[in-house]
Design a binder for this molecule. Sequence first.
Ligand code: ATP
Ligand code: MG
Length: 365
Amino acid sequence: MPLPSNTHRIAVLPGDGIGTEVTAATLAVLEPLAKRHGLGLAYDQLRAGAFCYRDTGTAMSEETFDRAAKADAILLGAMGWPEIRTDDGTEIAPQLDLRFRLNLYAGVRPFRALPGVPVALADPRARDIDFVLVRESTEGLFYSRDRGVVTHDMAEETLRITRAVTEKLARFSFNLARRRAARRGKPGTVTLVDKANVFRAFAFMRGIFSEIAADFPDVVHGAHYVDAMALDMVRKPWTLDVLPTENMFGDILSDLAAGLIGGMGFAPSADVGDTHAVFQPAHGTAPDIAGQGLANPTATILSAAMMLDWLAGKGAGQAYADAAAELDAAVDAAFADGLRTADIGGTDGTLAAARAVAAKIGSAP
Ligand code: ATP
Ligand code: MG
């Protein structure tokens, strides 16, 4: 059936474990939000992941991939399960295939201290943590996935950095810093995180960032070694802004950064390419708490806000940007008002958290 022209198709892939729980909670929050802002969201629920692999022999069918690729945006829960693996023992991770096949080079992971949510650092300035990792998601060391060579005597993996992808990553990062600067009322800073002192590939990456930086004179530009960044991220994370980095470094620093602001349950993400984008929490399927209704849906709800904002940037209209801002504000208000999920020592489960956020929609001052 044809949809009205102002309708946006969202492919929803809940996946496995808590992925299904946090996705259901997020859709429940989107319902009153869509009604209030007149958003036309049509969901296409699709099955993929480890249990899909177990039951059907494929983690994501071609038909599912095609439908996801044709949607205006993709909302994903989490995929993978420890006991379900491919014949060579690697994890089932069709979400990685989406990143590669749809060229989603920019893995955007914002980290912000939410009101009332405990941060890992005692310094009061840690309440001001507000930075974004931009994890390159199609090459780097992950390029080697499925390509590594293992013999009896050695194992070898390859790290790849290309000019084309690095230029896009750089432009994306500088544009993001510009938008954040406008919102925060202070100049934006892009700091490339690399290991240029040891590997030529990263010196190459630095050179490309410097070239692109010339087009963004209003944005401060620098570079930092990944080991030093790990230290700074713990010592003075409130000074950080936009941090583009190689795939594997981004993978590791994401978990460190999430640890600063309350854990994986508070870390949303968007995997963005030139035409497609996937929005999902940065966490996995959490088998230890799956099926108990305990998962914190905040990361997924904030990912949905990023999705609405991205759709607005793609021409969906101001109502989408307004809805994104209201959803962010509703999450803040719910926690400021006493919402305490289990991962931060509270008693509120997945649905209680969704209800608390939904209750704040429409009540903004
Ligand atoms: P992946 O390989 O996909 O990165 P992982 O094995 O690193 O997954 P995660 O599922 O990301 O593990 O989470 C690690 C732990 O953090 C979980 O076992 C769980 O205890 C906790 N956790 C993750 N997400 C949430 C959440 N939304 N709410 C509460 N706890 C969570
Ligand atoms: Mg992990």
